[in-house]
Write a protein that binds this ligand. Sequence first.
Ligand code: ADP
Ligand code: MG
Length: 737
Amino acid sequence: PVDRSPEIQEARLKLPVLAEEQVIMEAVRENECVVLCGETGSGKTTQVPQFLYEAGYARAGGIIGVTEPRRVAAVSMSHRVAKEMNLSTGVVSYQIRYEGNVTKDTKIKFMTDGVLLKEIQKDFLLQKYSVIIIDEAHERSVYTDILIGLLSRIVPLRNKKGLPMKLLIMSATLRVEDFTENKRLFRIPPPVIKVEARQFPVTVHFNKRTPMEDYTGEAFRKTCKIHRMLPPGGILVFLTGQAEVHSTCWRLRKAFPYRPNKQHTDPRKAKRKKTVSLPRIDLDNYSAQPVDEGDEDRQAGIDDDDDGSDLELGDHPEETGQADPSIPLYVLPLYSLLSSEQQAKVFRPPPPGARLCVVATNVAETSLTIPGIKYVVDCGRVKKRFYDKVTGVSSFKVTWTSQASANQRAGRAGRTEPGHCYRIYSSAVFSDFSPFSEAEITRRPVDDLVLQMKDLNIDKVVNFPFPTTPSAEALVSAEQLLISLGALEEPPRQGRARLSCPITPLGRAMAAFPVAPRYAKMLALGRQQDCMPYVITVVATMTVREIFEELDRPVSNEEERSRLAERKAGAAQRRRLWAGQGQSLLLGDLMVMLGAVGACEFAGCTPEFCEKNSLRYKAMLEIRRLRGQLTNAVNAVCSDAGVCVDGKMVPPTETQVVCLRQIVLAGLGDHLARRIQAEELLDPKWRNGYKTPLLDEPVFIHPSSVLHKTLPDFVVYQEVMETTKMYMRGVCVCVYW
Ligand code: ADP
Ligand code: MG
């Protein structure tokens, strides 16, 4: 029996999903797989695991597993459910890529979908679990799709073996045909249960004109207007990324200052921040490569550790209006990479007398329900990473969202009473939106997935029951890359038919590392010349986006300009220093990364050191965690490797640098670029450009690279990203002896 507090019990009774408990549990009892659809906020994520628990699904030692595509949701939902059930976090726990609080008593486990995929590699039958809930299936994240495909086979297998297991797929939209009407996936279509949410009407207001550029400015003005003119009720603003969220929060706080009681700040907090120790990582629980989750944040320019109480932020150039402290606004940011404590603030009631205003990226669209929202301001856009299917060139683009997403956003306003949604675009623009967002699997390279699947002995990846199959092009180029990395064998040809390529022992070793195959290859080779700690560091650094502070931001006054110029000069100088001389300079940007991490760790990885050296503190912390995790993974794969995370890493020797470069080339071999010679200059714009096998246009070395002035004849690069030009990132010299 669960002992809930009266307040919790009362709140639960208001949730629409509670009325369906019987229906849901009966369907689960009678079917292997059930699909549950219900509006965001209807109580699926917090209540359904409790139903299963109370029906005894965790009784015989089995765990109720819940997967979430976002780390944010896994953490905050596990806390919420533990609290509702009055159970400790040792019983209702979570596991995300780097951290978790799972114990041997865990009965309900929230995790990211990548974590569960990794567990399937260890135990295909997932014997620990009695039920798996795939939550937020409508988001169509790559790992969610794959998990559904795998579980469609695992569940019948378990039941055949007399080890019963259930699968529940939960979605916030009714668009579930990809799961239910896909005969390859489920021969007998699973029953679909719809939860009628008590949704209040939301009046949608379109702008007459659509601002093409300054939509954040328009969102700011609209929010100010709502706050000045309209009755009480929380405001939720949808923007596309962390930088926009922060600058808008800043402007709103400035316009409607709210002064918190400073005495509430805990003086110990400041101290705690500085002493970060290497986390202990449970080897059974590390996840596959992280989902693109948070990508929209990673390209951020501004990255402060704003805790919402610090209002002394100095002069802001854009400030024009008069600050009005008579109507305080309690402004909170919300995005994926925000710490869990910061995120938790949105669930608490705002201070008395102040209106709540949450400025969010699309994390607030479906995974988190913020209480008390009456007004939604929707910019209609979303930031996504796009990949060119052939060349692999990627870029972040802000595009229009889909109609389904815009409607989800509007729906956030009608949870507790009738609400209003202000779309800062016209109805004509809306009618041009695509009806639904595409499944992620159709939009990104799949080399990591193909390797993971081969490691699960899924031979013919094309025949896998994907809810949506990736394009043939993407599958072919993934196989080609894996063959060239030595992870798959070149298939024998039989007539004209291409047989499937079997995985090699190297491929198996690579699949054990939680990074993309290129980097896994580097780790697999890293044992030569005692290079492993360096390879681990380089790989960790390459997989964490943007370790340097963005110094190319727009400035508005002379003073700021000169301060920024000074910082830039300082940063360039330090990069040259970190790059070293001779052999190490040939490692180029990768040596700079290695030097930066080494110097930062030597100084104890403090926020002060990062600030002084224009490094992103959060990125450095993430690298530190990843180094710990990769070190464990390497030790697990080759038990005699005996590597440990060396806090104070000494710089590599000349021989080690040479070896390191060869290892890097082995992973990036197909990312070769040749400098365009004078006689080939067809266009003056091609000056200092490089030719690559796949692209017609030239690519360039970014001015911030240490190799920008050297311009070596041959280089390899980590990736090409299109911003103002096609720029190579992570450039390293490639010399033929
Ligand atoms: P769904 O999964 O259907 O979108 P949830 O189970 O996430 O719905 O949410 C149900 C209710 O629980 C919502 O009204 C939400 O506001 C509330 N809730 C969720 N998390 C918390 C939390 N950490 N604190 C307070 N209320 C919460
Ligand atoms: Mg949910």
